[in-house]
Structures are given as C-alpha cells and as structure tokens.
Design a protein around this ligand. Structure first.
Ligand code: HEM
Length: 239
C-alpha cells in the first residue's frame, strides 16, 4: 500500500485588522491623485485640465480623511495616533523593541504633517490661476490680489511636496529593510498578531463602518461635482 501523499501545510498566521477599508482606499486614491497632479503640472499645456481634476480629487479625499480622523475606527483616529512630544522623543531614543498598532509616534507626526501639507496645497490650488488658460474653481470668489498670493504659495509648496513624498517613501523602505512590512497592511488591512503589543484590539471594519464612509464619500462627491462644474464652466477671470 502506498503511503498517503503528504500535503503541504499552510499555516495561517493570526492577524488583526488595523487599517479599515475606507482608510486604505483613501490612501491609494490619494497617492494616485497627488502623483497625477504632479505629473500633469510638469506636462503642462493640454494636461492642465487634468491637473485641476486631480487637484479637486486630492482636496475632497483629504476632506474625507479629516472627517474620518474624527469619526472613523480606532487606528484611523487622530486622537489614537497623535501622541505627546515626550512619547515621540522616547520612541526616537529607543525605536527597537517598541511595538505599535497603527502609526508609530514618529510616523504619526509625519502623517499629520503630510495631511496638512497636501491639504494646504490642494486648497490653495482652488484659488490659483496661471493667467493663461487655467484657473481654480474658487478664483471668482476672491480678489485678484488674493489669487496672486495663493498662486505664489501654491507654486512654492510644490517643492515641499516632493520632499515630503521622498521622505515618506524612504521611511517605508527603511522600515522594510529592518523587517517591518508596512505596505502589505496598507493593502490588506491586516497586521500579524505577533508583531503587535499584547492586548491590541482590532479596528472595526464591518459593513456599518463602510456604509458610514460611503455616505460621507457621497456627500463629498457632491462637493467635488460643484468644484468641477465651477472649474470648467465658470467664465475665466482673465481675458
Ligand atoms: C504620492 C504618493 C503618496 C502619498 C501622497 C501618500 C500619503 C500617505 C498618507 C497621507 C498616509 C497616512 C495614511 C492615513 O493614516 O490616512 C500614508 C501612509 C502610508 N503610506 Fe503612503 N503615500 C503615497 C505613496 C505611497 C506608496 C507608493 C507606498 C508604498 C510603497 C506607501 C505606503 C504607505 C504606508 C505603508 C503607510 C502606512 C504607514 C504606517 O504604517 O504608519 N505610500 N501615506
């Protein structure tokens, strides 16, 4: 009698849901929108309409994230991940050995800085124009001086954006080299349990949470529609 064929045993590593679906979708859609806005501004010409579209999308996504940071599940909440400067300094001194669910204390501050910088960039873009053929949707509501000032700011912070994105990707690569995989959790939402502090609770990511996010996204979709309409159908403020 032949011995029964041995099947490979695939052990599933116990994992906890840390990043809810709305936060993950936000992240990857924002990455696409910001990358799209940066590529199209450098292409210029006929691509400027797409720059405005990506800019509006970024603004609305960030608006979503700000609200989600107040009402979303555990690890998406600002109150959960933004820690005191003393805890952040303690983390910088002894980063090894300290385990964190969600953003670590240093990452949390960089996430906050990124969100604010991207929000500033997309908000100033709503009031910017290039005096040639492109203008932000809200230009008509402010004076020419304000438009000129906000356009200058919008141009200046573009360079900070490159620096911030470079820093973000370098940090992710640094943690990967040290054996801490961050990218997969931002895709699947799950983090292996043994890498988390004991007693870590998972984030809620059930249909109620997702429905709440959908309602919020639909409301913000109306905002995006309005901005879109103003950007492409309102008269130009320059001749
Ligand atoms: C223009 C491109 C990108 C932008 C604007 C961006 C922005 C952000 C923001 C705002 C967060 C915080 C998420 C939140 O709490 O809401 C974040 C986190 C994260 N991003 Fe990106 N991202 C970009 C590209 C990428 C890429 C290409 C990767 C993967 C290689 C990546 C991997 C991650 C990971 C793993 C986290 C979670 C970090 C942690 O666990 O603390 N990002 N990103």
């Amino acid at each position: 009698m032949t011995s029964p064929q041995k099947r490979p045993i695939h052990k599933t590593i116990p994992a906890l849901r840390i990043w809810d679906l709305p936060t993950r979708l936000f992240h990857w859609l924002l990455a696409i929108s910001i990358t799209g806005a940066l590529i199209t501004i450098n292409l210029g010409g006929g691509w400027m309409d797409w720059h405005v579209r990506f800019g509006i999308a970024s603004f609305v996504l960030l608006f979503f994230r700000l609200v989600w940071g107040l009402i979303g599940p555990r690890y998406a909440r600002f109150s959960q991940f933004v820690t005191s400067p003393s805890k952040t300094i303690a983390y910088i001194r002894v980063p090894q050995g300290s385990r964190h669910a969600g953003h670590n204390p240093l990452g949390a501050w960089s996430v906050l800085a990124m969100l604010l910088l991207f929000l500033f960039q997309s908000a100033t873009g709503l009031f910017a124009n290039d005096d040639v053929m492109t203008q932000g949707p809200l230009v008509q509501f402010v004076s020419n001086d304000t438009v000129a000032l906000l356009t200058r700011m919008h141009r200046f912070t573009e360079y900070l954006l490159y620096a911030m994105i470079g820093l973000h990707l370098t940090a992710i690569a640094f943690y990967s080299v040290r054996g801490q995989a961050l990218v997969k959790p931002m895709v699947t939402g799950d983090v292996p349990k043994h890498t988390l502090p004991s007693g870590t609770q998972s984030a809620r990511d059930d249909w109620r949470i997702r429905l709440g996010a959908l309602v919020l996204a639909t409301a913000l979709g109306a905002l995006a529609w309005w901005l879109w309409d103003l950007a492409f159908n309102a008269p130009m403020s320059f001749s």
